[in-house]
Structure formats: C-alpha cells, structure tokens
Design a binder for this molecule. Structure first.
Ligand code: NAD
Length: 311
C-alpha cells in the first residue's frame, strides 16, 4: 500500500463546518488544498463553495471523492453517526483510505472501525485541538495527534495549514490525542471555577479586584488562567460563545468517564462538572464556556470587571 505525503493536490474532505470547522476549512482552502465539504447545515458551506470548494451531499460521497477525510463534530455520538450511519464515511472511503477525527471525542468509534473493518486497511488518527474558535480562524491551533508516526508525517502539511507548526504534537498511539485533549480541558475548566471562586470571595471580603488579581499573578498561585484567560471576562465581558457550554459539559463528562475507565477517582473533576452543568441549566446550552463565572457573579451581586472594562 502506498502512503503518499499530502501535497497541494491532496483533496481534503471535511465534515463539520461549525465554530471550529469553518475556520479550519478556510485555512485549508487558503493553503491551496482542494476541498470537499459536508455539514447538516448546507448554508455553513456558503463562502467555501464560492472559494472553489465542492459540496458532498453525504459523508459517503465526500469520502469517495477525498484523499483524506477530516471530521470536526460535536460529540462521539455525532462522529459515530457520520462514520457508521447510512451513507456514512465507511460506505464511501476507499480501502487503505485515511480518516482523521479532530473532534474532542473518545477512541471507541475508531476502535470499532479498526476491529470490524481490519481487512480494509484504513489509516485512522485522532487529532483534537486547542486554541478556541480564534485559533481555528487564524490557523494557530494546537493539535494533539494519536496514531502511527508515519501517518502524522505524511499529513503534516495538512495539519500545518490549520495549526501552529511548533505545537502540532504526536502524543502517542491511537486514542492518546483524545486523552490529552480531555485532560487539558478538564484542567482549564477546573482553573476557571477555582479562579471565579477565589476572585469572588476576595472581592466580597473588600479587596479591590485589580489589586487581588495582581497579587495572585505575582504569587506562587499564579496560573495562565489568572494571568491571561480570565481577562476575557474581566476586561471584555466575553464568556467565549465560540465554545458552547453544552460542549464543555460533554468534555467534562468524557473526562470523568475516562478516569472511571482507567480506575482513577476524579472527585474534583466531578465537582467542576456539576458546577458547569448548573451553569448550563441556568444560562442555556449555547452560553459560552466561561459562563460558570456568572454563577459566582450572581452570588456576590456584582460582575467581576476591572475598571475601564468594556461592557
Ligand atoms: P459546533 O457545534 O459549532 O459545530 C459542529 C458542526 O457539526 C455544526 O456545523 C453541525 O451542523 C455539524 N454537524 C453535526 N452533526 C452533523 C452530521 N451528522 N453531519 C454533518 N455535520 C454535522 O461545534 P464546534 O465548536 O465547532 O466544536 C467541534 C468539536 O471541536 C467539538 O468536539 C468540540 O468539543 C471541539 N472543540 C471546540 C472548540 C471551540 O472553541 N469551539 C475548541 C476546541 C475543540
């Protein structure tokens, strides 16, 4: 079986043109890759089609017309439907073909393909990302890839069109990309809840918010979240609607499932998940991933904003 390195004549099929997929596909197109795209919302493909991308009515049709198939879908359930469902990827992809799942998901869907379709010799990578919709739009995603090194190398130009070349990481065997991504999100969501709690108590105790945050940044308790990410709210009132809290809750659930499956107790993660789910129930599925901070702002009766912050 020949495994050519991807180049500008490699047709990339991309399924899932949402907050992340829209930016990623625009960057693939800008890098010169011929594109075939699919989504249940055809309107999501408008600009891409104007730019020369082809539309496929089904994942099967897309897979039949592509050298590499990429999925960027909300949950494992969606990935499973697109792969195994009627007119799914498996119904169109050539034997020996390549599928890369960039969704934040779990290994089970790909494992089932490897087991049930072993004779077809499909090449499968998990390659979830960090960097928010902003990173997807500007081609600076961090990418965590699980699978065979040979596949990572032959697809490097494709990954580099979407991600920061310095942060495209081959993290191990199949499934490890998903695990790394889930652990990053778990820790980031934990930082968010811990920071919201600390800032709220401190402010309520009479400390000026800017003074408190500066003290934290200068202390051993500093974190990237306190130093940088929390400013999205403190300065811009931006709770990141580019990543829906429903998907954040999905990630927290998958992370806890992973802990359970490997026999490690995850009390803290479970607590963070409950707080996230409470925020989701209160503010709605589409609220931003940083919305749990609002729960604390309600508790103290004021928004956490630095002086001069934009509303
Ligand atoms: P999204 O909901 O904005 O986009 C998902 C897209 O998939 C939508 O356009 C939807 O119409 C499409 N879709 C759903 N079912 C489909 C099907 N059966 N066939 C074809 N298309 C279908 O989600 P997103 O924010 O782009 O996230 C995608 C993945 O990336 C998720 O796993 C998420 O956890 C992960 N992620 C998101 C962010 C972020 O900041 N948004 C960051 C890192 C990782």
């Amino acid at each position: 079986m020949s495994l050519p390195h991807a180049n500008r004549s490699t047709t990339v099929g991309f399924i899932g043109l949402g907050n992340m997929g829209s930016g990623m596909t625009h960057n693939l197109q800008a890098a010169g890759f011929p594109l075939v795209v699919n989504d249940i919302r055809r309107e999501a493909a408008g600009e891409l089609l104007t730019g020369g991308a082809a539309w496929a009515d089904t994942p099967a049709e897309l897979a039949a017309r592509s050298d590499v198939v990429i999925t960027m879908l909300p949950t494992p359930r969606h990935v499973d439907a697109v792969v195994h469902g009627p007119n799914g990827i498996l119904a169109g992809i050539a034997d020996g073909g390549t599928w890369v799942d960039m969704s934040t998901s779990v290994p089970e869907v790909a494992e089932r393909v490897r087991t049930e379709y072993a004779a077809r010799g499909l090449r499968i990578l998990d390659a979830p990302v960090s960097g928010m919709s902003v990173g997807a739009a500007n081609g600076m995603l961090q990418i965590f890839i699980g699978g065979d090194a040979i596949d990572v190398e032959r697809l490097r130009t494709v990954f580099e069109a979407m991600g920061d070349p310095q942060r495209i990481l081959h993290v191990g065997a199949a499934g490890t990309g998903y695990a790394v991504k889930l652990m990053i999100n778990q820790l980031w969501f934990s930082h968010l809840v811990a920071t919201a709690e600390v800032l709220s108590v401190g402010v309520k105790a009479g400390v000026d918010l800017a003074v408190l945050r500066n003290a934290l940044v200068a202390s051993p308790a500093n974190s990237n979240f306190v130093e940088n990410d929390v400013l999205s709210i403190l300065e811009h009132s931006d709770y990141d609607e580019g990543f829906a809290i429903a998907l954040a809750c999905k990630d927290l659930g998958l992370s806890i499932d992973l802990g359970r499956s490997v026999g490690v107790s995850t009390e803290l993660s479970a607590l963070v998940e409950q707080i996230y789910r409470r925020a989701k129930a209160r503010y709605g599925d589409r609220a931003g991933e940083m919305t749990p901070v609002k729960l604390y702002e309600e508790l103290i009766g004021s928004d956490l904003r630095l002086e001069g912050a934009s509303a």
